[in-house]
Write a protein that binds this ligand. Sequence first.
Ligand code: GTP
Ligand code: MG
Ligand code: ZN
Length: 308
Amino acid sequence: MKGLVVRSTGSWYDIIGEDDIRYQGRLRGVFKNDNKKVTNPISVGDYVIFEYQQQAEEKVTIMDILPRENYIIRKSTHKTAHDHIIAANIDQAIIIVTVDFPRTSIGFIDRFLVSAESYRIPVTIVINKVDLLSKQKHLDKLEELFKIYTPIGYHCISTSVVTNQGIEEFGKLFEGKKTLIAGHSGVGKSTLINCIAPHLDLKTGIISSFANKGKHTTTFAEMFEMSPGTFIIDTPGIKELGISEVENQELSHFFPEMRALLNQCKYHNCTHVHEPNCAVQAAINEGEIHISRFESYLGILMGDDNRK
Ligand SMILES: Nc1nc2c(ncn2[C@@H]2O[C@H](COP(=O)(O)OP(=O)(O)OP(=O)(O)O)[C@@H](O)[C@H]2O)c(=O)[nH]1
Ligand SMILES: [Mg+2]
Ligand SMILES: [Zn+2]
């Protein structure tokens, strides 16, 4: 039977079969080694083919995985460890970020956007916890985020579950889609989902006042059906995000504002760093490309972001 993986805890996978029954599956032994580079050969959102085990009806064996339309992958922060597929076959991704409590860096946002752009997965940027922003420097940062990302085509919303700001708009993003929710631990991913789908009653955590960081309350990615045909995937907080599987030569294709200029560079294989008559450099000088975006580009290019 064919099924959709909705939860994975390492060795067991929760699968919704075509018969709408929830099964627990394990991987066929030999299959496990097929894909050596990732910690999880199967991720939430994967479609799989499974067979019943004889002992128990609800325990099944996954025989095969169907080709993925797309996926978001997190490069491991440990050199020795493998990459991790966060979710597969999604229609859109929402990155939840915070100016503070905890702080989300621009570099992190940009690396997430690159990961999504490599499959042309649409991303909305949700800036949560704006109720906590009283200092002018924080309010300036909030404004800056809108200034950086709105002109290059990313929909940005600011939200607060305390004042309800932006929650209605947030709730409208999901209808009929399969949506991945990602971001650092403690930014309010599960809390925001609870706001628009209280029946899910997801566990949420507090922020450590000492480190000003989340405590990794959500431990496994899980897909929920909010209403028929509308799926939401809550995920554990991502600490760092290295970029995997993107060649230096193609990196600028995943920055939409650079992509638009690529055919105007003198050299077709321009890296936009040192070449003469580079349209990207010209746009930076004109203030048309935000310098922070170029800094992220360079960071990824140079591999100083746990890439290697
Ligand atoms: N002030 C304020 N607190 C919020 C807001 N949204 C979430 N929080 C609080 O932030 C804390 C962390 O929220 P969670 O929803 O557990 O965060 P998470 O992103 O799911 O974290 P992980 O599961 O660890 O990845 C909780 O104490 C929430 O009540 C908000 O808009 N304003
Ligand atoms: Mg959570
Ligand atoms: Zn160039």
